[in-house]
Every structure is written in structure tokens, then in C-alpha cells.
Design a protein around this ligand. Structure first.
Ligand code: S0N
Length: 279
């Protein structure tokens, strides 16, 4: 894949790569020898990188991808799966306690108020495909293959991996994907609405960056609100809480809210009668 943009690398990571250019952050899982399977350390680093991208006011769109052209991500690293979750190198793992920390990453991606584009070459499988489903948009290369393996390898995702997938591709198709554990081509994924477009592998980054640039021309607050609104429907009270927080942020930005703050600081009664009672 040739690069169409001058990525600048930053951060100290072992399992991922963090790069930025032109208002776009690119986060890459970098474990190609395991088809970019994630372990606890990978997920800690991904959480850190997504936070960096969230806090960077220069960044408007995030691309999430995997190293190489063989896989976006093959899910949880089965070689370090313990009795109750995935074992890492940290103090918790030393006690023999496993983690299921991909769920924290999924929630973080859903709540992150900037669009995330999943850029998929090769495999998008298991918990990796759930991460793909959690992204706002997906651009697939023509060599991409999608599927869930849980019932084959002794796991399942009853959260976003089940019902968000069902919301994305429909109930019958979601059941088929989970019950049969088949693998689907990029074209099939497009037809079932799991991805937005399919492009030749050599055009993958070019197309993804083009979509990111197109979004960067749009109003950041409008994109934030649309993401929050779409997710609020499926995230229930947590989604509404996030969306309500966004309305509070907008209210803080108004002169009306600032009058309340100023009146408190100036020890006077607020003059809210200067603001219209809107129809
Ligand atoms: C992707 C597959 C189909 C590709 O097959 P292919 O092309 O024949 O390549 P391989 O030779 O199999 O793979 C190349 C090398 O990569 C290693 N590898 C691949 N996938 C993994 C993996 N997931 N873990 C560890 N290693 C992996 C291969 O072993 C090989 O290396 P060598 O030759 O050195 O052995 C095929 O690889 C495949 O089927 N992979 C496994 C896919 C899978 O089952 N993934 C796990 C599914 N489950 C999850 O993701 C957990 C769900 C989860 O995260 C979760 C859900 C709910 C709540 C919490 C959690 C949580 O865990 O946090």
C-alpha cells in the first residue's frame, strides 16, 4: 500500500502505531505476525492512543487499521487466553487474573466525539470484527474477509458484537454470522451493509484518506452531534447521557449560560430576562 499522506509518528508504543497528518489520526494495531490479534497491552495502548486523538483539537477524523495487508485484526490473542480472560504482563496477570478489556475500548470508541473510519485489508475476525462494527464507517479492500468465530473457539460477544451487528446487518444475517461462523468476502459485507465501500487493495489508504478529508470539510460540532444522536438510540441511557452532555456543552457556550456564571461570580442576580423564550 502506498502512502498518500505524510504521516508523522508519535508516542511510545509496543503493539500499536500512532500517526497524524492533515487533521487525521491513524491508529494501527501492529502485531502482523498474529494477524493483529490484540492482547491486554494492545488494548491499553489503543485506549491511550484514542484518548490522545480525542484530546488533540487538530484531529477531526480517526482511521483505525491493522499493520500489513493480511489483517485488520483477528480478535483476542488466543495464545495468551487464560481461564477467565486474556493474560498480560502486568501485576494483575501475575496473580493469574485475566482481562476482558476490549469492552472498555468498544465503549470508548462509541463515545469518542469524532468519526472513526475502520480501514480493513485482509481479516476482520472475532473480536476484531466487533471493533470494526463499533467504528462509524468502514472502507474495505477487495481482499478483506469478515466473520465471527466465537462459537468455534469458545467465546462470544453478547454486547456490541451481537446487537450492534444485528442493527447493522439485520437480525437474520447477524444470527447466521454467529451461528455458522462463516467468513464473508468484502463484496458480501458490502451487500449486507457491514461496510461502506470496497476498493482495490492498492487504493485502500487513498480512498480512506479521501473520505476523511471530505469529513474534515464539515462542521465538527455537527458531526459530533450526529454521531451522538445515532449512538444514543442504541446505547440507551448511557447514549442519552452522552448526548445530554453534548447539549450541556452547547449551552455552556451560550451567552445565556455565561450570564448565570458571571452573576454568581459578581454576586448579583442573573439577568436572564434579556434572553428570548424561544418558540
Ligand atoms: C483469521 C484466520 C481465519 C486466518 O487464517 P490463516 O490465513 O490461515 O492464518 P493463520 O495461519 O491461522 O494465522 C497466521 C498467524 O497468526 C496467528 N493468529 C491468527 N489469529 C490469531 C489469534 N486470534 N490469536 C493468536 N494468534 C493468532 C496464527 O496462529 C498464525 O501464527 P502461527 O503460525 O505462529 O501459529 C485464523 O488465523 C483464525 O481463525 N484466527 C483466530 C480467530 C479467532 O478465533 N479470534 C478470537 C475470537 N474471539 C475473540 O476475539 C474474543 C472476543 C472478545 O474479545 C471479547 C468478547 C466479549 C467480551 C470480552 C471479550 C474480550 O476478550 O475482551
Amino acid at each position: 500500500m502506498s502512502s498518500v499522506i505524510d504521516w508523522q509518528r508519535s508516542g511510545e508504543y509496543s503493539d500499536i502505531i500512532y500517526e497524524t497528518a492533515e487533521g487525521i489520526a491513524k491508529i494501527t494495531i501492529n502485531r502482523p505476525e498474529r494477524h493483529n490479534a490484540f492482547r491486554p497491552q494492545t488494548l491499553f495502548e489503543l485506549q491511550h492512543a484514542f484518548n490522545v486523538a480525542r484530546d488533540d483539537s487538530e484531529v477531526g477524523v480517526i482511521i483505525f487499521t491493522g499493520a500489513g495487508d493480511q489483517a485488520f485484526c483477528s480478535g483476542g490473542d488466543q495464545k495468551i487466553r487464560g481461564e477467565d480472560g486474556y493474560l498480560g504482563d502486568d501485576a494483575v496477570a501475575q496473580q493469574g487474573i485475566g482481562r476482558l478489556n476490549v469492552l472498555d475500548l468498544q465503549v470508548q470508541m462509541r463515545r469518542l466525539p469524532k468519526p472513526i473510519i475502520c480501514m480493513v485489508a485482509g481479516w476482520s475476525i472475532g473480536g476484531g470484527n466487533v471493533l470494526q462494527v463499533c467504528c462509524d464507517l468502514t472502507i474495505a479492500a477487495d481482499n478483506a474477509k469478515f466473520g465471527q468465530t466465537g462459537p468455534k473457539v469458545g467465546s462470544f460477544d453478547g454486547g456490541y458484537g451481537s446487537w450492534l451487528l444485528a442493527q447493522t446487518v439485520g437480525l437474520k444475517k447477524a444470527r447466521e454470522i454467529w451461528y455458522l461462523c462463516r467468513q464473508y468476502s468484502a463484496q458480501e459485507a458490502l451487500e449486507m451493509g457491514m461496510v461502506n465501500t470496497v476498493v482495490p487493495l492498492e487504493k485502500l489508504e487513498e480512498e480512506t484518506v479521501a473520505w476523511a478529508r471530505e469529513m474534515l470539510e464539515k462542521s465538527p460540532l455537527a458531526l459530533r452531534m450526529v454521531k451522538g444522536a445515532i449512538n444514543a438510540v442504541s446505547d440507551g441511557a448511557a447514549g442519552m447521557q452522552q448526548f445530554a452532555g453534548d447539549t450541556t456543552m452547547l449551552y455552556y457556550m451560550s451567552e445565556e449560560a455565561q450570564e448565570g456564571r458571571d452573576a454568581f461570580k459578581e454576586k448579583r442576580k442573573p439577568r436572564f430576562d434579556q434572553f428570548p423564550r424561544r418558540p
